[in-house]
Design a protein around this ligand. Structure first.
Ligand code: HT7
Ligand code: ZN
Length: 879
């Protein structure tokens, strides 16, 4: 497989003004006929180039130019390219191909899922449908005719407006769709199947009525309300916050079972993984409800950030994904609890993204090379990309940011553009210089801020010295300094102190002048605050104002002050995590020395206060009571001793549970409620705290708490509480767990999404023997390795979220993963390469684990027919 470089970008040699497609969908194969109106691109340097179209796994039946059928000597094929040597300046190309969606297990292009036809074209799936200029800077208007058996496929959908329907002989029928907006091929979609529909309407700000339709299998009709409500909320929010209205009279969502990712923003025909659209309280957890809301909004927001303004090339992926993730995060924050949303996002970033940035696949949010673009739909491009947009928002402030986004949409509507165009619009609209800020787009790695503070009582000044650095990443040994927005406050005995900065320009200040954003630009820089009358505790990186690792040598008492009283929810939570981290480190040392784990009393008291303070947001209390995750600890403690970390963390949790037994028990009772389920912030918070308390109490191994979990499992009417109870029982010594798993399966065997949760709970069980359980479940009738949701629930959860079992000392976990990757490499390379990720982090573990992990990677690399997806990940991780 070869590497593609951003620096090799050239404008396309041909443009496609219009695309007409006709699909004849059959049981053994389908015929695709296309008519492309092509012309040479006046902006191309090469005006005599041959026409080169992308195509893969296609059976070519015929080609004709301006009505004349081409002979076999007039075209040639090599790899993914079809070349026609002599073509005029503008012409009509007719092409007929045969494809086999029934045999397409890659879930790219046109494929079948549970008896229905559906497509996934991003990033380069359209070339599996017909020959085309399958690149995002070639935009065309599409007319699509679909012909299929009416009884098997009563619903036939594509992008845009329905312009014709027709009954045909032999039980066939036809629909014709026209999309007036020029679009790249990756936004094309087609669906054909037996689907039921939930309908609603939305009236836009300018008074246009839009038909909203969610297509699902009939049995799922009762699970669409939350997605529909989320869609309407997102449409209103985008009007209010970004001034963006929907632009067609119809917006369709279709749910499919077999899907490689969460969802796809095809113009007016979004295709969703069922897991991201279906929700009802009996089958879906709170997290599931929130995911549906977030993904529905994300795909809807792409209509502007991605579809109306799209990417010039795939190196610019973060242009649409980073911006859209930022938009959906702000939306979710407005719909629920802002601090909780921020803490959740930061947690993901600090575990998965920081790990990626420190590993063999590290890349900037705008990569400069790739072998397989599907490998670059990463937490870096998405989540760090969103953080980069958030930093622009922080540096500009909300009003100027809105001016910038208005300018971006206005300037580039209907175009395929670059990240540079986005930054330029922000600069032009705000007048703020983002020259140095651009380093965030080109440099990989997580910057580190080492900050120290010095109080001069005599001068009544406080000096913060900030040093920044960034570790080397593959291909980038040296890094230029970043422009880092550092939001801060100084906390005194009675609260935040007024800030007067000597000789420097802050960007943003709060109205009361007690919080500001410093622009850190140099490798080392000092900021002096005057008129500071007491030694303050600095509250740094408020709201996690930049995706960096921060080091400030806080004392325990300073952290306790932040944990108890910082007005910034993120910093308050972060202080609790830093205290927890210190306790875990002490526990690791104690256990290694054969001593007992005894945490600091002050830390326990602070946790006790949290449990007793009913004025606090219950969700925040729950988050602050949860010790840093094993995944986060693996980012901090090197080399990673998975088992040492796990045992220390569990021991500490147990000591905490013992010390706080009464408070936890009271908290559980206080949070119990029999009101009707609603997925609102208040109820979600209460359930989260209740289940956090129960998870700790279960560690005590007391009959009364096991009984509580059994009662919760048997009696609760919502999946959040049932699944939480099931999880704690499965991880306990209780001999009820087999019965619980059996009851759960019996009740939900006809709900695939619930069965995925059943697989996941077992795959994530921390007890010994879980690998054998997972291996056994692979032959369970409900498991299907062709379904990505099942693979993620069982294999993905075991290898990615069950450190202590995946990292079994005999290496059986690693061997299991490599075996599964080799199987999936043949059927679904995208899923195979994603699954492989836990093995690629081998360098950070203890030497014995490193050796075993590397051996499995080498075994994968030795496979003769490795897909480009897996090849890229495995070869880079061994370099
Ligand atoms: N833009 C969508 C990307 C996507 C995708 C990419 C590769 C392979 C399969 C895929 N399915 C969807 C999803 C999004 O970010 O909205
Ligand atoms: Zn997206």
């Amino acid at each position: 497989p070869s590497t593609i470089y951003l620096s090799d970008y050239r404008v396309p040699e041909f443009l496609i003004d219009s695309t007409s497609l006709s699909f004849e969908l059959g049981e053994a194969s389908s015929i695709v006929r296309s008519v492309l109106e092509l012309r040479r691109n006046p902006e191309s340097d090469i005006q005599d180039a041959p026409l080169q179209l992308h195509g893969t796994e296609l059976e070519l039946i015929s080609l004709a130019i301006d009505g004349r059928r081409l002979g076999d000597d007039e075209w040639s094929q090599s790899g993914e390219q079809l070349t026609i040597a002599n073509v005029p300046a503008s012409f009509s190309l007719r092409c007929e191909t045969r494809i086999r969606p029934q045999d397409n297990t890659s879930l790219e292009g046109l494929y079948k899922s549970s008896g229905m036809f559906c497509t996934q074209c991003e990033a380069e799936g359209f070339r599996k449908i017909t020959y085309y200029l399958d690149r995002p800077d070639v935009m065309s208007v599409f007319t699509v005719e679909i012909i299929a058996d009416q009884s098997r496929y009563p619903v036939l959908l594509s992008n845009g407006n329905l312009v014709a329907t027709e009954q045909l002989p032999d039980g066939l029928h036809k629909t014709v769709w026209q999309d007036p907006f020029p679009k790249p091929a990756y936004l094309f979609a087609l669906v054909a199947g037996k689907l039921s529909v939930v309908e609603d309407q939305f009236v836009t700000l300018s008074g246009r009525s839009v038909d909203l339709k969610i297509y699902v299998e009939e049995k799922d009709l009762d699970k669409c309300d939350h997605a529909m409500l989320s869609l309407k909320n997102a449409m209103r929010w985008d009007e209010e916050v970004y001034g963006r209205e929907y632009d067609l009279d119809i917006f369709n969502i279709v749910a499919v079972d077999d899907f490689n990712m969460g969802a796809m923003e095809n113009k007016s025909l979004n295709i969703f993984n069922t897991s991201c659209v279906l929700a009802k309280p009996e089958t879906t957890t709170d997290a599931g409800f929130q995911r549906v809301e977030g993904v529905v909004a994300h795909e809807y927001f792409h209509n502007w950030s991605g579809n109306r303004v799209t990417c010039r090339d795939w190196f610019q992926l973060s242009l649409k994904e980073g911006f859209t993730v930022f938009r959906d995060a702000e939306f979710s924050s407005d719909m629920g609890s802002p601090t909780v949303k921020r803490v959740e996002d930061v947690t993901l970033l600090r575990t998965a993204q920081f790990a990626e940035d420190a590993g063999p696949m590290a890349h900037p949010i705008r990569p400069d090379s790739f072998i397989e673009i599907s490998n670059f739909y990463t937490v870096t491009v998405y989540e760090k990309g969103a953080e980069v947009v958030r930093m622009i928002h922080t540096l500009l402030g909300p009003e100027l940011f809105r001016k910038g986004s208005d300018l971006y949409f206005e300037r580039h509507d209907g175009q395929a553009v670059t990240c540079e165009d986005f930054v330029l619009a922000m600069e032009d609209a705000s007048g703020i210089d983002l020259k140095q800020f651009r380093n965030w787009y080109s440099q990989a790695g997580t910057p580190r801020l080492d900050i120290s503070g010095r109080y001069d009582a005599q001068a009544q000044s406080y000096t913060l010295t900030v040093k920044q650095s960034c570790p080397a990443t593959p291909g980038q040994a040296e890094k230029a300094p970043f422009h880092i927005p550092l939001a801060l406050a100084l906390i005194g005995e009675a609260g935040q102190l007024p800030l007067q900065l000597v000789d420097a320009e802050p960007n943003t200040e709060t109205a009361d002048n007690t919080e500001l954003v410093l622009s850190v630009r140099q490798s080392e820089q000092s900021f002096v605050f005057s008129n500071i009358q007491e030694e303050p505790v600095p509250s740094l990186l408020r709201g996690f104002s930049a995706p960096v690792k921060l080091d400030f040598d806080y004392s325990r008492d300073q952290l306790l002050r932040l944990m108890r009283s910082d007005s910034d929810g993120f910093c308050r939570w972060d202080a609790s995590q830093q205290l927890g981290l210190a306790e875990i480190k002490r526990a690791i040392t104690a256990i290694a020395a054969g001593q007992e784990v005894c945490p600091d009393v002050e830390y326990i008291n602070a946790c006790r206060e949290l449990l007793g303070d009913t004025s606090l947001d219950a969700a925040m209390v729950a988050l602050m009571l949860q010790l840093p995750s094993e995944a986060y600890l693996a980012e901090i403690i090197h080399p990673v001793d998975v088992h040492g970390i796990h045992h220390a963390r569990e021991a500490l949790r147990k000591v905490l549970a013992t010390a706080l037994r009464e408070e936890l028990s009271a908290c559980y009772s206080r949070c119990e409620s029999d009101e009707e389920y609603a997925a609102n912030a208040e109820q979600i918070a209460r359930r989260s705290l209740k289940n956090t308390a129960l998870s700790l109490l279960m560690l005590l191994n007391e009959e009364q708490f096991t009984a509580l979990a059994i009662k919760q499992f048997e009696n609760s009417g919502n999946m959040t509480d049932r699944l939480a109870a099931l999880t704690y029982l499965v991880n306990s010594e209780s001999n009820y767990k087999a019965k619980a798993l059996q009851l759960f399966y019996q009740q939900w065997q006809h709900e695939p999404l619930v069965i995925n949760q059943w697989f996941q709970v077992q795959a994530m069980c921390r007890l010994a023997g879980t690998l054998e359980t997972v291996q056994g479940l692979m032959s369970h009738p409900a498991f299907d390795i062709r379904n990505p949701n099942k693979v993620r629930a069982l294999i993905g959860a075991f290898c990615g979220q069950n450190g202590v079992n995946f990292h079994r000392e005999d290496g059986a976990g690693y061997r299991f993963l490599a075996d599964q990757v080799l199987v999936l490499n043949r059927s679904n390379p995208q899923i195979a390469s994603r699954l492989l990720v836990p093995l690629t982090k081998w360098r950070k573990y203890l030497p014995a684990a490193q050796q075993l992990m590397r051996a499995e990677l080498q075994r994968v690399l030795a496979e003769p027919e490795l897909s480009s997806d897996v090849y890229e990940v495995v070869s880079k991780s061994l370099q």
